[in-house]
Design a protein around this ligand. Structure first.
Ligand code: PLP
Length: 367
């Protein structure tokens, strides 16, 4: 791997393939695979990731919002795309780009049917979302009859799938809760399917659901974080390979005398002679201020260099007193040897947040 010369996010497509194949090995052969590529494919690059997975014959994609799906269509993606959380204002564009909406409330169901009918659609594929305990989006069990009667009169839409989402699939202490969610979904799906007269696909599990609840794979699984290399447990992480590595370089080295301060608001005051390195990466690149003041650290020559003082918009300063290093040397913020999960933990957050936070200013390179 050539050394980097600026801040970059390296994206390893071989690692993506490895993760995809590992997750597929957990599925029955007929179970379909939906790749979640929302939020720029978890902060990497949605178009490149989706094209690569399309070549690997993934069955479906999901994004959160219609705009994300439109960008994928413009990038040449022809695989079906489920839009998990569309708003009515985007429904016409959604149909124009052949994206498939999740319909999660009576308001959104009616609005979609109205627009699909006005656009003369026949059997447009839609996905009905049920709430089984997350209490975020979706119809409740009691809504089944009304949803069915709303759908039955219409030929403009066809129910491609019924789905729900687990609230605590990574937390085995919540196993009873999760099993209740699975059972609730089964009973909703039975009632719904019997009355509908045809059988839509059923899906419920995210990455940790795939790993922990094989009985809930149903017809399709939905994976995001696993594809990008995180398995939601220390044990499972060993089976995955992080796709994204955030790297930067040392711009300048400073020798700080006792009593001097470093950075804005003089948040760090030195009690001894130290050496700091200034790096071209800051909160506008995704390293939030919560990582400052000694919490987060980066790796230089494989040694930990903690962040000194406040994170600036375009820079951080790190303590390299005990590290032999020079201006221009490579710095690893996170990557395959130092996981984004460990970095996130220093600021009390999770891999999902740090990987999706890396801003579009950071150059993406593919290996
Ligand atoms: C984001 C999302 C997923 C993917 O979850 P991971 O834990 O990243 O695998 C699956 N389903 C829904 C509804 C989501 O919003």
């Amino acid at each position: 791997m050539p050394k980097v010369q600026e801040t970059v996010l390296e994206i390893d497509l071989k690692a993506l393939k490895h993760n995809f194949e590992y997750l597929k090995s957990k599925l029955a052969s007929q179970t379909k695979f939906l790749a979640v590529v929302k939020a720029f494919a978890y902060g990497s690059d949605a178009a490149t990731i989706a094209r690569y997975l399309q070549d690997l014959k993934v069955d479906y994609f999901a994004v959160a919002y219609s705009n994300e799906g439109i960008a994928l269509r413009k990038a040449g993606i022809t695989t079906p795309i489920l839009v998990l959380h569309p708003q009515a204002v985007s429904f016409k564009a959604l149909i124009d780009y052949n994206l498939e909406p999740s319909l999660y409330s009576f308001k959104i169901l009616q609005e979609f049917i109205d627009i699909a009918s006005a656009e003369n659609q026949k059997h447009y594929p839609v996905h009905i979302k049920f709430n089984t305990g997350l209490n975020r989006l979706g119809f409740n069990k009691d809504d089944v009859k009304t949803v069915l009667s709303t759908l039955k009169k219409k030929t403009s839409v066809k129910v491609e799938s019924l789905f729900s989402h687990l609230a605590a699939s990574e937390d085995l202490e919540e196993k009873t809760f999760t099993i209740n969610q699975i059972n609730a979904f089964k009973s909703i799906a039975n009632e719904f399917t019997e009355a509908l007269g045809y059988r839509p696909m059923l899906h419920m599990t995210n990455t940790s659901g795939i790993l922990n609840y094989p009985e809930a794979h149903f017809d399709m699984v939905r994976s995001g974080i696993g594809l990008y290399g995180y398995g939601n447990s220390v044990e499972e992480n060993k089976n995955f390979k992080p796709v994204a590595s955030l790297k930067t370089i040392i711009s300048q080295i400073h020798h700080i005398k006792k009593g001097e301060s470093v950075g804005y608001n003089r948040a760090f005051k030195s009690e001894s002679i130290i050496k700091t390195a200034t790096l071209p990466i800051g909160h506008a690149d995704g390293i939030g201020r919560q990582y400052g003041q000694g919490k987060g650290y980066v790796f230089i020559k494989n040694q930990k260099a903690p962040i000194v003082g406040n994170v600036c918009m375009d820079m951080i300063m790190v303590d390299v007193t005990t590290i032999e290093c020079q201006e221009g040397d490579e710095v690893v913020v996170f990557g395959n040897t130092h996981s984004a999960e460990a970095f996130a933990e220093t600021a009390n957050t999770i891999s999902y947040e740090i990987v999706t936070a890396i801003s579009q200013r950071v150059k993406r390179i593919f290996i």
